[in-house]
Design a binder for this molecule. Structure first.
Ligand code: GDP
Length: 327
């Protein structure tokens, strides 16, 4: 067995100071903890490694804020070798100057040896700030980080900023964008989704990781958080219902050899329903992924055979470029 912690799989690392919200974020996104219950979480005091059983096996390493991970006792290579992205959480409701100093020290340290790491800064807990103040804080943090890095000779550092809160969809949206950068097939997925919405007159299509509700791709038409919210809420409804009625999310791969068409047609969950003035089409794509399409207000019932057919084509193409997670 490979001794490396990540076994070659892309890894997400969640870092930031104590009480910045790291445990809350991973509990809400990956363990479906209701946000209000994070009040009772114990603050992180150790490195927590978790593997997510998802379409890709990323890991969240929950670092305690006070730990000095550049201490020689740490095996830095083992930590950063296979990393995909470093997510740095900053508590926007608190004094953040210290957090920025530590973030910059980390970036400058890493960039010598691991120039390919994406640094993703979550300006977190913005639910507590007014809209104006929120923008001001994000701008201030961005400015300070980028200025200080360029003062140290690191121009145009690959650092992205997101405003996040566990009390709304922003944390899922930010994670989606972080994950998408780690998917080499993304342009192909987007092209497939573009051709799907063109052929079926669909308004917007998302490919969701069902358990985390992160979307790993969408078509290239403009995205707004509202359509993501509608789809994400709908997944909750469908997953709740299918848990009652036994939507088999198990990994019974032995079945897959029997009869491919029967598997695809008989066992895929397909729904078409009207929610919030929008028809929503959902189809389970494989063990982890579901396709959700926003269809607008006109009843698409007569188009359903066309959509079913095109989604079938999409599903086959996806299996070629993105072989993980077949049923
Ligand atoms: P950690 O030490 O970085 O793991 O931080 P915790 O996850 O323990 O969070 C510290 C506190 O911040 C908890 O009381 C959480 O309820 C709170 N918290 C986390 N995320 C948010 C958020 O998005 N908004 C608000 N208002 N509070 C948050």
């Amino acid at each position: 067995p490979n001794n490396k912690a990540g076994d070659g799989k892309p890894r997400l690392l969640l870092m930031g100071q104590r009480r910045s919200g790291k445990s809350s974020i991973s509990s809400v996104v990956f363990h479906k903890l209701p946000p209000s219950e994070t009040l009772y979480l114990e603050t992180t005091t150790r490195i927590k490694k978790e593997s997510m059983h998802s379409f890709m096996d990323f890991q969240v390493w929950d670092f305690p804020g006070h730990l000095d991970y550049f201490d020689p006792a740490f095996d830095v290579d083992n930590i950063f070798d296979e990393i995909g992205a470093l997510i740095w959480v900053i508590d926007a409701q608190d004094e953040y100057l210290d957090a920025i100093v530590r973030l910059n020290a980390t970036i400058l340290n890493l960039h010598q040896t691991y120039p390919n790491i994406n640094v993703e800064v979550f300006v977190h807990k913005v639910d507590g700030l007014s809209d104006d103040f929120r923008n001001e804080v994000i701008q201030d943090i961005t400015q300070r980080v980028m200025d200080e890095l360029s003062d140290n000779g690191y121009e145009n550092a690959p650092v992205s900023f997101y405003s996040t809160s566990i009390y709304d969809h922003s944390i899922f949206d930010a994670f989606s964008k972080v994950i998408q950068k780690l998917i080499p097939q993304l342009p192909t997925l987007e092209a497939l989704l573009d051709s799907l919405i063109r052929n079926c007159h669909i308004e917007k299509a998302y490919l969701f990781d069902v358990l985390s509700k992160i979307y790993i791709a969408t078509d290239t038409s403009p995205t707004d958080i509202g359509s993501y919210e509608i789809c994400s809420d709908y997944i909750d409804v469908v997953v709740d219902v299918s848990e009652i009625y036994g939507w088999d999310r198990g990994d019974d791969e032995a079945q897959a050899g029997n009869n491919e068409n029967a598997i695809n047609d008989a066992e895929s969950l397909i729904t078409l329903e009207k929610k919030s003035n929008n028809y929503l089409y959902l189809r389970e794509i494989n063990k982890y992924l579901a396709l959700i399409c926003l269809m607008g207000d006109d009843s698409p019932a007569d188009k359903k055979p066309l959509i079913d057919y095109n989604v079938g084509v999409f599903q086959e193409a996806l299996a070629q470029v993105f072989p993980r997670g077949e049923k």
